[in-house]
Design a protein around this ligand. Structure first.
Ligand SMILES: [Zn+2]
Ligand SMILES: [Zn+2]
Length: 340
């Protein structure tokens, strides 16, 4: 009713002040929550995301990797994660370019992060000769090989990086980018021309999450696969091609052919109909225009959803949706394409 009294320009400005467009990460708490979630998933404790036994060991290993990310994020001196000069950041933002782009030159300090990550892992993983062998291989990479791996990981190329090495390289890059992203001034960062890439670093999102609480109530965010920034995108919209007309949702328990009422509106005053419904925790948002999908995790139905961890653990849903003819819109950094 109020909005009818406003001119279009005013509605726009109202919109911009009421929806937090960008949620920047807090590295340490992000990684700690993610590691805890991975362990719960590995233990099959999460209703709505059943995990096959074959996947449980891998999730435990990735939990150890994420523990190491949290430790390294806290332990390394702050100058490891220095931002580019303020003038460069301003120039990028003024031109709707990501201020911390993943393409182009990388701060060489990421290799310090990588070495520290391997040290933490070596200390925490005992009696696992296979993992020790991978860590030894990673340690033996020279600078040129390591930079080549990072290029491949950030460009999501399957060539140029060994599938068993990729998650560890990706983990170091995530620490580097997340620690820098947390220092930015979120109101100043502008959306990119395309809303399907991270406004902070330009990477693809790993998955969507519907947030609850405070000003983000009921809004959908895309979480960056690299820096973990979350940016707003309206619900029922393809996060790959941005079309809206042929969106559908699939979950493991039900094949929904109709759009649920709660997805049809984005109203911060609307109460979710049924909270804590396990079949709504993890769903795939499919698009018949581009034939891709991304998963969407709903905090209304599980308060502790964590996009990257939940995406990694819900491979069963990938199988279901790919059998229906949809391709993943982008990968999960902790699982390389041909590693499974
Ligand atoms: Zn990002
Ligand atoms: Zn699409």
């Amino acid at each position: 009713m109020v909005q009818r009294l406003l001119e279009p320009g005013q509605i726009e400005s109202l919109d911009h002040t009421s929806i937090p467009r960008l949620l920047l990460p807090q590295a340490r708490s992000l990684f700690m929550a993610r590691a805890a979630r991975l362990r719960q998933l590995a233990n099959n404790d999460i209703k709505g995301i059943p995990v096959a036994e074959a996947m449980q060991g891998y999730l435990q290993l990735m939990a150890a990797v994420v523990d190491a990310q949290a430790a390294v994020a806290a332990a390394l001196p702050p100058e490891t994660f220095s931002l580019p000069p303020a003038a460069d950041i301003k120039l990028s933002i003024d031109h709707n370019m990501p201020p911390l782009p993943v393409n182009g030159a990388r701060p060489p300090e990421w290799r310090t992060v990588f070495a520290a990550l391997l040290d933490h892992l070596a200390a925490s993983i005992k009696d696992q000769p296979q993992i020790d062998a991978v860590l030894a291989e990673l340690r033996a990479l020279d600078v040129a090989q390591l930079e080549g791996c990072a290029d491949a990981v950030l460009a999501e190329l399957t060539e140029g990086v060994h599938p068993l090495h990729a998650p560890f390289v990706a983990a170091a890059l995530q620490v580097m980018w997340t620690k820098r992203a947390e220092q930015l001034d979120s109101p100043r960062v502008q959306p990119l021309v395309t809303n399907t890439l991270c406004p902070v670093c330009g990477s693809h999102p790993v998955a969507s999450v519907i947030r609850i609480g405070g000003q983000s109530q009921g809004y959908r965010y895309l979480q960056c696969s690299c820096c973990a920034s979350e940016w707003h995108m309206v619900r029922v919209k393809c996060s790959c091609c941005e079309h809206t007309s042929k969106i559908a949702y699939q979950s493991l328990e039900t094949n929904e052919d109709k759009l649920p009422v709660e997805d049809a509106v984005e109203d911060k005053n609307a109460k979710p109909n049924k909270a804590n419904d396990p079949s709504k925790v993890a769903r795939a948002e499919t698009c018949d225009d581009c034939k891709t999908y991304r998963k969407i995790f709903n905090q209304e139905h599980d308060f502790h959803v964590e996009p990257l961890a939940d995406d990694l653990a819900s491979l069963t849903l990938d199988v279901l949706v790919s059998e229906a003819g949809y391709a993943r819109a982008s990968g999960n950094p902790l699982l390389w394409f041909n590693a499974a």
